[in-house]
Write a protein that binds this ligand. Structure first.
Ligand code: MG
Length: 183
């Protein structure tokens, strides 16, 4: 029996993009900003309650001063990915930050140690697989040739997750789903 193909998003699922961006924004604007645990929007500027002026400044600086190599994996991800690889073919599917010249290279370097294939695309609905785990609700709702698993995060908690998609709150649940996979 062949293993299922498990497509896995990176930022907000295995890598702490939001935490790193939050720190960057606090330093940039020299003030405390709402932490990711309180964000109710996928958009950084909405999560942090920026004015239009701050949002424009922030995004301009993200594209120039922010170093994507600062983004690290969440704790325990090496072990978790090893466990997933026992059960599935793990493929990372990640959207490159538009116009940031270093983004894709930083992603390749970050993921290198996990020894899985990496697909950089904004068109996740075109990627073949059995499951897609992602924290962006609109990607899961749009759907594709996979079963959507919405990785529960504060910024997607107000979004629906219509069946057969499922909101998952732990890696234990992901592993349970993979163990129950039927060909
Ligand atoms: Mg993500």
């Amino acid at each position: 029996m062949s293993k299922p193909i498990f497509l896995c998003d990176v930022d907000g699922v295995i890598a702490d993009c939001q935490g790193t961006i939050h720190e960057f924004a606090q330093e940039l604007l020299s003030r405390d900003l709402p932490p990711p645990s309180t964000w109710r929007s996928y958009e950084f500027h909405e999560g942090m309650g920026f004015s239009k002026y701050d949002a424009e400044y922030f995004y301009r600086e993200v594209l120039t001063a922010f170093d994507p190599a600062e983004i690290r994996l969440y704790p325990g991800m090496y072990e978790t990915v090893d466990e997933l690889k026992e059960l599935a073919t793990v493929v990372f599917v990640t959207s490159p930050c538009k116009r940031h010249p270093e983004w894709m290279f930083a992603r390749e370097r970050l993921l290198e140690c996990l020894d899985c294939e990496v697909i950089h695309t904004h068109s996740k609905h075109r990627v073949q697989g059995d499951y897609l785990l992602d924290d962006k609700a609109s990607t899961i709702i749009k759907g594709g040739p996979w079963r959507g698993l919405l990785w529960d995060q504060p910024w997607n908690r107000n979004s629906p997750c219509p069946p057969p998609s499922e909101r998952v709150k732990s890696w234990e649940r992901v592993i349970e789903i993979l163990k129950g996979h039927e060909q």
